[in-house]
Ligand binder design. Structure first.
Ligand SMILES: Cc1cc2nc3c(=O)[nH]c(=O)nc-3n(C[C@H](O)[C@H](O)[C@H](O)COP(=O)(O)OP(=O)(O)OC[C@H]3O[C@@H](n4cnc5c(N)ncnc54)[C@H](O)[C@@H]3O)c2cc1C
Length: 435
């Protein structure tokens, strides 16, 4: 067995690896397996401690591309970066993209990922027209909104538990430029963010805000709002950027990240004079973190957690204030804290995370029990306010919390392949339900 971990580098597990090479090959005969894309999930949804993972990186062939209609069929290991390189010069873009392009198609479907245009486009799964699901008994199910509809819904956002997705067909969106027209503005607190967002999302396709997690009192929730639209300058001839420009060479020592360094960073970031309107390359706009390979090493060997929750609109201001206050009080600073409104578009998946409300995502260095206690406290707030936490970013929520966020988990269970499992699923559905 080999040592394994995901993007957050916590937890670490011991698992066997059996790479897949061909989409028509049968699955190995193992009692517990799990597909593994690019391991860009932060916690244990892509890990299978004591059992087998099936890396899909070699399933990287394009199958069909209709460049008139913008419909692409590709093997599930193809990454979003590879798709962009193929389709952008032909005037197409991903209908929904997460904050990194180094994820696989299968991973994007299994977590039903979301992007900065959720208020307009919904989640990734809303743009999936079909996929093939391979079960451990050899059955191949063609799934679409019309065919095997229940399997379609269970597999989108199904955390890889229904079997292996061998290929996926997606609908793309037309663009006429590689550039994004961007507008950046400041807001002084959460109330201002909500008011600003109401206005901005009418005219802007992509909206997201960075929040200063350490600001307190009247400045609680201050931040920068970043809106974007695809430009119309007809520049499609620029080369796409596939390789990171920089690499984090070693693990950062723990002392580098403390409340003072983060506070200085946040204050500088907030006060940095900004051009309010600009025209930027799509790569800088959508994937700023992809420019630094292995940026996750910044948090040192103990790794880090990401906490991403969504809170229904009516309760969002109150709950987010409580969350930000708890973080500021704990002194456990977060470099990257992002807020965004999810729209009313309901996701196709039975267990999809996105739902109407405000989502807040933040990274936190792993400082052991102290951090775990804080995250439990945040879960209490999220639960009391009928919110939910994103499994793709989670490594520690209790079974109790999971079941309250995803009451459909029992309905979903009937679709789980008997030979598929994950560390995440065992953790949140263990018999005590509490871990
Ligand atoms: C910098 C960064 C930014 C991010 N930004 C966002 C964001 O904006 N929005 C968002 O939603 N997420 C975001 N994420 C999370 C990331 O998009 C998801 O975790 C995504 O699912 C990872 O894809 P992957 O290919 O790495 O899959 P993995 O992490 O390897 O696996 C994820 C899940 O997919 C399953 N899976 C993978 N391939 C298959 C397959 N072929 N068949 C069946 N199941 C499969 C796995 O079993 C696992 O359950 C971000 C992550 C990073 C590191």
């Amino acid at each position: 067995m080999k040592h394994g971990a995901s993007w957050g580098r916590y937890p670490t597990v011991e698992q066997d690896t059996i790479p897949l090479y061909w989409r028509d090959q049968p699955l190995p005969d193992k009692p517990s397996m799990l597909a593994y894309g690019q391991g860009r999930s932060y916690g244990d949804v892509c890990l299978n401690d004591g059992a087998v993972i099936l890396p899909t990186a070699n399933l990287q062939r394009f199958i069909q591309f209709d460049s008139d209609k913008g419909i692409l069929r590709a093997e599930a290991g193809v990454t979003l970066a590879q798709i962009l390189s193929l389709v952008m010069p032909k005037g197409w873009f991903l209908a929904v993209t997460p904050g990194t392009k180094f994820v696989s198609l299968g991973g994007a479907v299994a977590n039903d990922v979301h992007g900065k245009n959720h208020h307009r486009a919904g989640s990734f799964g809303c743009h999936v027209s079909a996929f093939e699901l391979l079960r451990s008994d050899g059955q191949r199910l063609l799934c679409s909104p019309e065919q095997n509809e229940d399997w379609f819904k269970a597999t989108i956002g199904g955390l890889g538990l229904t079997g292996l997705i061998s290929w996926v067909e997606i609908k793309l969106k037309p663009i006429t430029s590689f550039h994004i027209d961007q507008q950046v503005c400041c807001f002084a607190n959460l109330e201002e963010f909500l008011a600003l967002n109401d206005v901005m999302e009418r005219d802007w396709e992509y909206t997201v805000a960075w929040i200063d997690c350490l600001a307190k009192g009247r400045k609680l929730g201050r931040g920068l709002y970043m809106a974007g639209n695809h430009a119309d300058d007809k520049e499609l001839a620029i080369k796409t950027i596939d390789e990171p420009a920089l690499t984090m060479p070693v693990d950062a020592p723990g002392f580098l990240l403390n409340r003072y360094t983060v506070k200085s960073f946040n204050t500088l970031y907030y006060q940095k004079p900004r051009k309010h309107v600009s025209n930027v390359h799509y790569d800088s706009y959508f994937y700023p973190l992809d420019k630094i390979a292995h940026w996750n090493r910044m948090y040192g060997k103990r790794g880090f957690f990401q906490y991403q929750c969504v809170i229904p609109m009516a309760k969002s201001q109150h709950a987010l204030s409580q969350i930000l206050q708890a973080i500021a009080k704990s002194g456990q600073a977060s470099f990257l804290s992002v807020v965004k409104k999810f729209g009313e578009n309901l996701p196709p998946g039975l267990l999809s995370f996105p739902r109407p409300g405000i989502t807040l995502a933040m990274d936190m260095a792993n400082r052991g029990d102290k951090t775990l206690r804080l995250l439990d406290q945040l879960d209490e707030i999220t639960m009391q306010n009928n919110g939910a936490v994103y499994p793709a970013k989670d490594a520690r929520m209790s079974g109790l919390a999971y079941k309250s966020y995803y009451p459909e988990w029992q309905t979903f269970s009937q679709y789980i392949d008997p030979k598929f499992s994950s560390s995440f699923w065992r953790r949140v559905t263990s018999s005590t339900g509490q871990q």
